[in-house]
Design a protein around this ligand. Structure first.
Ligand code: NAP
Ligand code: MG
Length: 404
């Protein structure tokens, strides 16, 4: 069989621990035998980040901007314990945070669904994708413990000399105080990313805030989304039969629970943080959750939502035996990136390969062969737990059948 050709390179970002081992297995068994893989490789493994003073992460993010599509392996975000473990020169920032800042993107998280894992919410039939505005609000807030009786004020001094001041509260006893902000430019980028991703995946977009209470703050989010929609995306949405739907966060939550899924739910930073944990848990497994970073100008970076699965890695290193770690989300990061590359470059074969690769994963799961994490969740199927290498070998067999 002749290998499928690529024209533009895909930005490949390698990572750490168990997912780094799985990364190589996926390439060796599921990609390179079938595709004449053209990637620009960046090693974001912690050692290399330390060696390059994290320049490698910035270079990789800029390459994503240049080529438009990247695929990333999970990486360690160092903490104090990692400083000693890897003898690091500095506690490098989260690579995902760095990449997100350079791409100015929004993260979309969506579950991979299989019939034999029933969502906790029984009417959910299709994926619910959460888009979280990962900038500002309480994550960049000024926090203060009010120690005694006194007056709290908030003020602004403009470059033009314009001044504004308001009393927050006359404290009659100790308490707490917080100052938050966000920026029009960041909210606009968030809106563009959401509408673009909705059109790309042909799903309707929901957006929710608490503008009845935060009239100016959340009101600005609502107004920017409406304006960006009307000026840029309304015509395309109508052509594709999609809906842009704004509602209050309380109403959104009630509707999400009653819905059958199949849309994107854009959330402010905190709402997205907590709701994405609720939605992913209710769908079944973190190991089956994919993540796409989409920039406002339409560049994409694909990855698994989970981390480097450290506990499995330590066990693997200790015993030398292959673990039963689920590679699904990492495989789908590759298929998502290859499909997008194929779409951008007009390569039908590459797009088809991405479909067949995902199909072969489902063939394997529906034949009852899966990793340990899924066996515990599977209902109405004779499920057997295998190690990651056996699972991938089975996917390869199914892929060969499909491509024959
Ligand atoms: P994690 O790697 O997601 O793993 C947490 C637990 O979830 C695992 O111990 C495992 O449970 C289960 N799990 C996650 N993915 C799985 C998979 N593919 N197959 C089977 N089980 C899976 O999170 P963590 O242990 O908190 O973090 C480990 C490292 O990853 C940290 O250094 C962190 O900085 C990094 N991290 C990176 C990213 C990223 O690059 N996007 C995201 C999150 C965390 P059991 O042990 O019960 O089997
Ligand atoms: Mg959270």
């Amino acid at each position: 069989m002749e290998k499928i050709k690529m024209t533009t390179p895909l930005v490949e970002m390698d990572g750490d621990e168990m997912t780094r081992i799985i990364w190589k297995m996926i390439k060796d068994e599921l990609l390179e035998p079938f595709v004449d893989l053209k990637t620009e490789y960046y090693d974001l493994g912690l050692m290399e980040r330390d060696k390059t003073k994290d320049q490698i992460t910035k270079d990789a993010a800029n390459a994503c901007r240049k080529y438009g599509v990247g695929v990333k392996c999970a990486t360690i975000t160092p903490n104090a314990q990692r400083m000693t473990e890897y003898n690091l020169t500095e506690m490098w920032k989260s690579p995902n945070g760095t990449i997100r800042a350079i791409m100015d993107g929004t993260v979309f998280r969506a579950p991979i669904l299989v019939d034999f894992i029933k969502p906790v919410v029984k009417n959910w039939k299709k994926p619910i994708t959460i888009a979280r505005h990962a900038y500002g609000d309480i994550y960049k807030a000024v926090d203060y413990r009010v120690p005694e009786k006194g007056q709290a004020k908030i003020s602004f001094k403009g470059e033009s000399g314009e001044e504004w001041e308001s009393v927050v509260y006359d404290f009659e006893c100790p308490g707490v105080l917080q100052g938050l902000y966000n920026k029009d430019s960041s909210i606009e980028s968030f809106a563009h990313s959401c509408f673009k991703y909705a059109i790309n995946t042909k799903q309707s977009l929901w957006f929710s805030t608490k503008d009845t209470i935060c009239k100016k703050y959340d009101g600005q989010f609502k107004a920017i989304f409406q304006k960006v929609y009307e000026e840029n995306y309304k015509a395309d949405f109508e052509k594709l039969g999609l809906e842009y739907f704004y509602t209050l966060i309380d109403d959104a939550i009630a509707r999400v629970i009653r819905s059958e899924g199949g849309y994107i739910w854009a959330c402010k930073n905190y709402d997205g943080d907590v709701m994405s944990d609720m939605v992913s848990t209710a769908f079944g497994s973190l190991a089956m959750m994919t993540s796409v970073l989409c920039s406002p100008d339409g560049k994409f970076e694909y990855e698994a939502a989970h981390g480097t699965v450290t506990r499995h890695y330590y066990k693997y290193k200790e015993t030398g035996e292959m673990t039963s770690t689920n590679p699904m989300a990492t495989i789908f990061a590759w298929s998502g990136a290859l499909r997008k590359r194929g779409e951008m470059d007009g390569l039908a074969d590459l797009q088809n390969f991405a479909d067949q690769l995902e199909g072969a994963c489902f063939d394997t799961l529906y034949s009852g062969i899966m990793t340990k994490d899924l066996v515990g969740l599977a209902e109405g199927i004779d499920a057997k737990a295998v190690t990651t290498d056996k699972f991938i070998a089975e996917i390869r067999k199914n892929l060969e059948k499909r491509l024959a």
